[in-house]
Design a protein around this ligand. Structure first.
Ligand SMILES: Nc1nc2c(c(=O)[nH]1)N[C@H]1C(S)=C(S)[C@@H](COP(=O)(O)O)O[C@H]1N2
Ligand SMILES: [Mo]
Length: 407
């Protein structure tokens, strides 16, 4: 009896260790009572279709970001692409019966399309488009802003395949008084209430009609992962990713600025003119974020790399902008006193990120930081340390920094 009880305690301890560590704790039977395991240095929670190397910021709703060094691929692998959910993703998806409705005050008619109709009736297109959450980099702002404390990883660039939003909107008919489009998705509000929408944002009609504005069903030639909006989503490069509605079921063509969930108040807005850090800003002085600022990320090496002084250090990364192109990419090893050029690749298409590389040498052993700075066609460049503070912590396009030890 007593023996049996001991075995049971051991087994349940082992099971709970396995669950919290994500791996079998081999010598758990010797673990002294009251000692907490150190754990592995990354979150071991895993989510469908996602690598467990991603950093989990929140699991209800799911918000997970990609460490910079895992974004080194030219196109972000699907299992490494960040997730930003406002509500709860749909639990069952019936691809065969999925429909997209287009309606609204400024639509000539209400029309519905099945996935099959979208695929067969409109030209299929692919673009490499960078998606970045408007709150990426929020964790750096001081005073801090509430919300997910994204560091640098709420961004990715993949090959999206689908149809042009404008082809579908034109098929329905756009009235001349159209101002905005708004989206609805099949996710549910965190409260579970069917009467509430987790998020329903949109873009000005001119953005909706751009060539690269898409209704997509594939990411890197595969189905979009469930957490990224399977089976259908909007994709707008150059705008905050919050505009790119996931699990897309409905688009409305509006005769005014869309007023859905998270379009009003302070959500996804910044002060219309700069304010002092910590300032209180009236809702009426907050403007909707449209174009995202120029930005870049060093994806190789991982911060904290140790090298020998005799070695050259290759660095690599990506840069992106909402204007035409990145025209200049530079790095600094002296905290921004001087900048040297990187080799920059051409853009595949508008809103695709461009890759950069450089080979660095260091004058003597010690601690260094490598900073990277992109400049775009319009001459916009990145803030060296922090751009303007704003109440919700959006649009941090500060230069990315990594630490290097030379010995
Ligand atoms: N239906 C729906 N669409 C959504 C969201 C959401 O919660 N529900 N989140 C938005 C936000 S804030 C961002 S940043 C992007 C994130 O896209 P991803 O999860 O594919 O990275 O999706 C946007 N589209
Ligand atoms: Mo977002």
């Amino acid at each position: 009896m007593i023996n049996k009880r001991r075995t049971f305690i051991k087994q349940s301890l082992q099971a709970s260790l396995l669950a919290s560590i994500g791996a079998n704790v081999v010598f758990s039977k010797y673990l002294p009572e009251g000692i907490n395991l150190l754990g592995l240095d990354h979150e071991t929670k895993s989510f469908p279709g996602k690598s467990d190397l991603l950093t989990v910021l929140n699991d209800r709703p799911i918000n997970i970001e990609t460490p910079a060094h895992l974004l080194n691929d030219k196109l972000t692998p699907n299992n490494l692409f960040f997730v930003r959910n406002n509500g709860l993703p749909p639990t069952s998806i019936d691809v065969d019966n999925w429909t997209l409705e287009i309606s609204g005050e400024s639509a000539e008619q209400t029309k519905s399309y099945s996935l099959q109709e979208l695929k067969s009736r409109f030209e299929n297109v692919s673009y490499n488009l960078t998606l970045e959450c408007g709150g990426n980099g929020r964790s750096e702002f001081n005073p801090p802003a509430k919300g997910n404390q994204w560091t640098t990883g709420a961004v990715g660039c993949v090959k999206w395949t689908g149809v042009r939003l404008k082809d579908v909107l034109n098929d329905v008919g756009i009235r001349s008084n159209a101002v905005y489009i708004g989206y609805y998705g099949a996710d549910t509000h965190l409260s579970g209430s069917p009467d509430k929408t987790s998020i329903s944002r949109g873009v000005p009609i001119a953005k909706a009609l751009e060539n690269e504005s898409m209704i997509a069903w594939a990411m890197n030639d595969q189905d979009i992962p469930l957490l990224n909006g399977h089976p259908l989503r909007l994709v707008f490069g150059g705008y905050p990713a919050s505009c790119s509605g996931k699990w897309l079921t409905k688009i409305i063509i509006r005769d005014k600025v869309h007023d859905g969930q998270k379009m009003t108040g302070k959500a996804y807005r910044t002060p219309c003119s700069p304010v002092a850090p910590g300032a209180k800003v009236d809702d009426k002085d907050m403007c909707i974020i449209e174009d995202m600022p120029v930005k870049s990320l060093i994806t190789y090496p991982k911060t904290g790399a140790v090298i020998q002084q005799s070695q050259k250090l290759p660095i690599a990364g990506h840069a992106w902008t909402s204007s035409d192109n990145i025209t200049k990419m530079e790095y600094s090893i002296d905290f921004g006193m001087s900048w040297k050029p990187c080799v920059l690749s051409e853009s595949e298409n508008k809103y695709a990120w461009q890759h950069f590389e450089a080979e660095l040498t260091f004058p003597e052993p010690g601690y260094y930081e490598v900073w990277a700075r992109a400049t775009d066609t319009e001459g916009n460049t990145q803030a060296m340390l922090l751009p303007g503070w704003n109440p919700k912590g959006y649009l941090n396009n500060a230069c990315h920094r990594i630490a290097i030890k030379v010995q």
